[in-house]
Design a protein around this ligand. Structure first.
Ligand SMILES: *[C@@H]1O[C@H](CO)[C@@H](O)[C@H](O)[C@H]1NC(C)=O
Ligand SMILES: *[C@@H]1O[C@H](CO)[C@@H](O)[C@H](O)[C@H]1NC(C)=O
Length: 381
């Protein structure tokens, strides 16, 4: 018995590399995923449809971004947050935050452009009115030292061009409190853009493709044609664009010199195949694997998406990163057929806040632009 344990450890150590005396095992999934169905808010008689994106855990609440949202077939709405797992500890039971007493409710791309959304355009924005298109696709991350504070980074698109064209990304902060009080169902989650333009469109969109904190720094990932790149900023300096540092893997240095988009001198991880159509990434520390995981959602040739996993073999956010496989491929929700929507499933996001031990991973994905589906993966030991 003892000999088996020792030899297993040695094999794992040889295969994965060892740093700080720890072996970082390649994350592998054990058994079949537990299918959980799609999200529902009982307040809408389960007639609330949306696609869904990144999550995040702040102040004990699991947040989920919902987009292209609608109630039944009427009043189209846009981006809102929901608190997930609000009933029976079931992550698919959600409480949508926003004002749906208005007509149109929530964030509507109305003619005046102000909407009543999670974020609204500022007079200094290059796009206004119905052209102001925020892309809510990054996890919300806690603010160390502020139990209710959350931060995220969204890219702002010019939605009047077809397809929409990215303008820059923006840093947003939230006050995440009890949904029964301030964030009641008839109020939006309080949000403020604390850096209106974080990275311009000719720069890597750091933060758009992954955001995490170790309690000291925020780490921000950008994806371009060369792969993923890493920036960081001290937590207290996050609103100061001049205090962001960029990581150069070849020299293992952090410097303030930023490189232009699609320059490979700062590329941290170039995803191997499947690597086409990557859309949606999450970056987080796993206590279970004692290292940093990067998960992302590449397309296969038929447009269904995988969950792809990479991990840092050093235990540090700077990597190096190794591909660990595609442990999950989503199925389209059965109700897509009933609704006659057919369609594809895509945008697989990790929702690591639901199991902070990291032993299991909740994943979410979009079915036929209508449902946010969820499943739970169990990592192999
Ligand atoms: C926590 O952060 C949020 C977002 O910036 C802010 O609204 C809130 O006032 C902060 N709370 C405290 C106690 O500083
Ligand atoms: C960057 O790309 C060039 C040209 O393809 C290649 O020679 C070089 O090794 C790459 N550098 C890195 C750090 O990937």
């Amino acid at each position: 018995m003892f000999a088996t344990v020792v030899s297993t450890f040695l094999i794992a150590a040889m295969c994965s590399g060892v740093a700080n005396g720890l072996a970082h095992l390649p994350p592998r999934v054990s058994g079949d995923p537990q299918q959980l169905g799609h999200t529902q808010d009982a307040a809408f008689s389960n007639q609330y449809y949306s696609d869904g994106g990144a999550g995040g855990k702040v102040n004990g609440y699991n947040l989920l971004t919902l987009s292209d949202a609608r109630v039944g077939n009427s009043y189209p709405v846009h981006t809102v947050y929901a608190y997930a797992g609000t009933r029976n500890n079931d992550p698919t039971q959600i409480t949508i935050i926003g004002d749906y007493t208005k007509n149109p409710p929530f964030y509507h791309l109305g003619d005046d452009g102000s909407g009543d959304g999670v974020i609204i355009s500022d007079s200094s924005d290059s796009v206004h009115g119905p052209c102001f298109g925020p892309g809510p696709n990054t996890a919300m991350v806690r603010i160390p030292g502020n139990s209710t504070g959350g931060v995220t980074v969204w890219t702002v698109f010019d939605a009047c061009q077809n397809p929409p064209v990215a303008q820059y990304n923006t840093l947003i902060e939230f006050n995440v409190v009890n949904p029964d009080t301030l964030n009641s169902q008839n109020k939006n989650i309080p949000a403020q853009r604390t850096v209106l333009r974080l990275f311009n469109a000719n720069e890597p969109q750091y933060g758009t493709d992954g955001l995490a904190t170790d309690g000291t720094y925020y780490y921000l990932l950008a994806l371009d044609n060369t792969g993923y790149k890493l920036a960081r900023v001290a937590v207290g300096d996050r609103a100061n664009r001049g205090q962001y540092y960029f990581y150069y893997p070849s020299s293992k240095q952090w410097t303030k010199t930023i490189h232009t988009l699609n320059d490979n001198s700062t590329t941290l991880y170039a995803p191997p195949p499947p690597n086409t159509g990557i859309f949606g990434s999450d970056f987080y520390y796993s206590p279970y694997f004692q290292t940093w995981l990067l998960t992302y959602s590449p397309a296969d040739p038929y447009s269904a998406k995988y969950l792809a996993v990479a991990y840092s073999t050093s235990g540090n956010p700077e990597g190096p990163y190794t591909f660990a496989g595609t442990p999950f491929k989503p199925a389209t929700d059965p109700e897509c057929q009933t609704l006659g929507n057919g369609g594809i499933s895509y945008l697989v996001h990790s929702q690591p806040g639901f199991d902070e031990s990291g032993a299991t991973l909740l994943v979410s994905w979009i079915s036929c632009n209508t449902f946010t589906n969820m499943a739970r993966l169990t990592w192999a030991s």
